[in-house]
Design a protein around this ligand. Structure first.
Ligand SMILES: C[S@@+](CC[C@H](N)C(=O)[O-])C[C@H]1O[C@@H](n2cnc3c(N)ncnc32)[C@H](O)[C@@H]1O
Ligand SMILES: C[n+]1cn([C@@H]2O[C@H](CO)[C@@H](O)[C@H]2O)c2nc(N)[nH]c(=O)c21
Length: 838
């Protein structure tokens, strides 16, 4: 095994029809863990240059956060040593389409959407700073809690404890979008019905401390200056916490049978949620009557009153193997409690007013969050528009701008599903795996004096040296001296059309000898000693003349010994330096040490040290133009060794290559698996890109047919294959895979298509049919004509059932989650003989 760890998680059987074998798809769920922190650190040594760019372009903090996150993770000595090191189990189970009950120890306690974790951390910090309630208030809360505890004895499993509330997610921009796109009605109904109680119970539970004031029930925390802010935060947290839970259950196919009132009409399976009913009672919080407490308990229990609507799920009357039971409700006789969750209402509310939106005056769930943030109650205390960026170090830069969650209506129409857990203790182990805990912020402070006073001397020395060393601001270099192509205007070939292709060709098309030269120069990379002519190695796709394919649009016509492309021909007249790599004299960490030497701090080290200095000074980091042109890409530069451990030996990428190349460890693992499982030795890399996977297949001893529609990618892939010494095992074909698939023969096909642009990660569930281009199903079907041994590299948020369905009735599939340094990065789906047998 090459990867650090590989686990089988579960065997899931999906039945398209009745519980019969021929309608069944067996789906093995597994996980592969990799660790490449060392490679990441190596990249950080030159990250100063990225920082410089980001500073200039005002995006520095973001990159620093990514970097710090990695560093933070690195401080965790042992994977299992700390709780919270890998994605929460519940989240992972969701991603694999598995019922959370089979994974995490407690969904309610553990499920926190990944995106919100950093935010939670911030809020917790803020909360700690806030002034506590007065002694009187605490007394009152204590009394209330005592009362509630008695009543809630029977509802221990559904009560909300302090941890729950503290762990509740804060608002994010994403959540805001959710509000607009999700089952808004059901949620509003739910929140109308239970929001007040949940808010109030959460509040008093939070203040379950010895010195709770006796008159707390009569107090109005939203009006009290000491608690006002805290209440706002509490409201905000609670709202989103329950919203997320509601969303989760709704996505699982549960519907909420609104009770209409706290009289607790039992939830009924299979009935659509009724519209909001006018209640004939109100929650009356100042009362400590048993009834009101009962009502609160019901409200808390309400989260459980979500029924699996089998009709809606298009599942027939046959039961699933996992059955969710709705909990019985209490049925209090009279409910006279006023929940003071509306700051605009300091007086108890009238009978009948509870049907007013519990969120009124706080946060109208129907409003976009940008509006919510204007709510005076929130008072800017909780920057709800801020989204957590804790997981974006490898995501396309554009993701930060518009995160739109898309709801998937997909093909998950399996009638039945059974699940068998395959490994003992995975549940327990996973409890310790949550890497999305927020990163501790490490700030470096500079005094106002001209002299920088280091707090962490090494780090500050780096910065100091960096600033000194870069007399000429990088931005100036960029703006004034280097005529760069407009990278931003050159969409990736993922969405390639003829314009894209021509742009790409203009820049580095392999048809231009000048470009070939460019690629082997600059960037501080060693010249590759005039590699064999790439043209001789690239095979062309015959022009099919149907005018429909991308390759037709790009008008690339290649022959085995030459490449001709009309766009390229035009672009050959462009100045040859449009893609020229330029060097920046950016001091890396070694130069920092060199400065230390000058300052005498290494004086005792003597000659040895001087030698080191000399050697180090030779090493000049340079930024390739695609990185220089787009500050958002700078973080990928920091990860260059993770992508290619031999990066310094001459690896080259283009913009799309940077964010879509398969990290080396993952590519290595996939290649290893393929080599292990099939006897044949020919593999097609249908979307080879800059060669991340093709190189690893070749290194594993296979012959690779590497196809890409973009000649620039082939150029880069060839260059990179040379670096790894495997160019002779890779056959390059410049073509649209969709057009040539039928003509290919191989023992395995690797599919790593573009995931439809940078938005892939913002989708709640990625649909390989509609969100990929070419259509993910068509790609698969064509590949099946080559071989049954297919490896499909898909986004981590891919719909598991959808991808499993590719195996067809009676088929088998293995879905492997790939973790890089404890973060779920991608999924690899194996078909045919590539499935690891149990
Ligand atoms: C995500 S990248 C592949 C990355 C690759 N696995 C690596 O590690 O470098 C997808 C590639 O598919 C190429 N592509 C897009 N459409 C294609 C098509 N119809 N046929 C062949 N290649 C295509 C793009 O040019 C891009 O280089
Ligand atoms: C946009 N992107 C990222 N990765 C891969 O996902 C990881 C996490 O973002 C990246 O490191 C890269 O390997 C992609 N792989 C393919 N095949 N196609 C893509 O469009 C793509």
């Amino acid at each position: 095994m090459l990867c650090v760890e590989w686990n089988q998680v579960a065997e899931m059987c999906l039945y398209l029809d009745d519980l019969e074998d021929d309608s069944r798809i067996i789906c093995l769920c597994s996980r592969a863990f990799f660790n490449d922190r060392n490679l990441y650190y190596l990249g950080l040594k030159g990250v100063d240059s990225s920082k410089k760019f980001l500073r200039d372009f005002g995006d520095y903090e973001e990159a620093e956060k990514d970097e710090l996150e990695e560093l933070e993770v690195s401080n965790v000595s042992d994977v299992a040593a700390e709780e919270g090191d890998v994605d929460s189990e519940a989240e992972l189970m969701l991603q694999m389409g598995l019922p959370v009950q089979f994974g995490g120890s407690s969904f309610e306690k553990n499920f926190v959407p990944l995106e919100t974790r950093a935010k939670e951390h911030k809020i917790r910090k803020k909360k700690k700073k806030k002034a506590k309630c007065s002694k009187d208030l605490r007394e009152s809360i204590k009394e209330a809690i005592d009362g509630i505890d008695e009543v809630c004895e029977d509802h221990a499993s559904t009560s909300i404890d302090q941890t729950d509330m503290e762990e509740s997610p804060a608002t994010t921009g994403e959540s805001a979008t959710d509000v607009n796109l999700s089952s808004q009605e059901g949620w509003e109904q739910y929140w109308n019905q239970y929001g007040q109680g949940l808010l109030w119970q959460g509040w008093i539970t939070k203040h379950k401390e010895p010195d709770i004031p006796s008159d707390y029930y009569n107090s109005e925390p939203w009006n009290c200056s000491t608690t006002k802010e805290e209440w706002a935060v509490h409201y905000n947290e609670s709202y989103w916490h329950y919203y997320q839970e509601f969303e989760y259950w709704a996505q699982q196919g549960w519907t909420f049978d609104g009770l209409g009132d706290c009289e607790g009409k039992a939830a009924q399976v299979g009935h659509p949620a009724p519209s909001v009913q006018s209640t004939n009672h109100t929650l009356h919080m100042p009362s400590t009557s048993t009834e009101s407490i009962d009502c609160l308990s019901d409200c808390v229990t309400g989260l459980k009153n979500i029924n699996l609507d089998l009709k809606e799920m298009e599942r027939d009357s046959k039961p699933l193997s996992v059955i969710y039971e709705s909990l019985p409700l209490q049925n209090p006789e009279s409910l006279e409690a006023h929940c003071p969750c509306d700051p605009g209402e300091s007086e108890p509310r009238d009978v009948g007013s509870a049907d007013r939106d519990a969120s009124s005056g706080h946060a109208d769930p129907s409003q976009p969050v940008s509006q919510l943030s204007k709510n005076p109650l929130l008072g800017g205390q909780v920057p709800i528009n801020e989204r957590s960026d804790d997981d974006d170090d490898d995501e396309p830069p554009e993701c930060k701008q518009a995160k739109i969650k898309r709801r998937y209506g997909g093909i998950s129409h399996f009638k039945h599903r059974t699940l068998r857990y395959l490994e003992k203790g995975i549940k327990h182990r996973s409890h310790f795996l949550d890497m999305h805990r927020p990163v501790k912020n490490v700030h470096i402070f500079f005094s106002e004096d001209s002299e920088v006073k280091p707090i962490k001397s090494k780090t500050v020395n780096k910065v100091k040296n960096f600033l000194k060393g870069l007399g000429d601001p990088t931005g100036d270099v960029l703006n004034e001296k280097v005529p760069l192509p407009n990278v931003e205007d050159s969409p990736s070939s993922s969405d390639s059309d003829c314009v894209d292709q021509s742009n790409a060709s203009e820049s580095t098309g392999p048809c231009r000898p000048a470009d070939k030269k460019d690629l082997s120069e600059g960037n501080g990379h060693p010249d590759l000693n005039q590699p064999p002519r790439l043209q001789d190695r690239i095979t062309s796709q015959p022009d099919e003349g149907d005018g429909s394919s991308q390759s037709k649009e790009t008008n690339s016509t290649l022959t085995s010994n030459s490449i001709w492309c009309s766009d390229c021909a035009t672009s050959a007249e462009q100045p040859s330096d449009t893609r020229q790599l330029f060097s920046l004299q950016i001091p890396d960490y070694l130069q920092v040490e060199a400065e230390d030497l000058d300052n005498g701090s290494f004086s005792k080290v003597g000659d040895k040290c001087k030698k080191k200095k000399k050697k180090q000074k030779k090493k000049v980091q340079s930024l390739p133009p695609e990185i220089a042109a787009d500050p958002h890409l700078a973080k990928y530069w920091a990860q260059r060794y993770r992508l290619f451990s031999r990066f310094d030996e001459g690896i080259k990428l283009d913009e799309e290559g940077w964010f879509s190349v398969t990290p080396e460890k993952i590519a290595e693992h996939i290649a290893y698996r393929v080599r292990q499982c099939i006897s044949g030795a020919v593999v097609v890399d249908a979307f080879c890109g800059v060669g991340g996977n093709a190189i690893q297949f070749a290194l594993a001893g296979m012959h690779v047919i590497a196809v890409d529609i973009d000649p620039v990618k082939l150029d880069l892939a060839y260059n990179n294959a040379l670096v790894y010494g495997v160019a002779d095992r890779i056959e390059l074909i410049c073509a649209d895979f969709m057009c040539i698939a039928r003509d290919l023969k191989a023992d395995a096909v690797f599919l790593s298509p573009p995931w439809g642009g940078p938005d892939y990660v913002s989708a709640e569930t990625f649909d390989i049919k509609t969100m990929m281009s070419p259509d993910g199903f068509e790609i698969f079907q064509l590949s099946q004509q080559i071989t049954k041994n297919i490896i499909y590299f898909v986004p981590r948020n891919t719909d598991v059932e959808q991808v499993a369905s590719l195996a067809g009735p009676g088929g088998q599939v293995e879905i492997e989650q790939n973790f890089l340094n404890k973060k779920l990065k991608t999924m690899t789906v194996y078909f045919g003989d590539l499935i690891r047998k149990l």
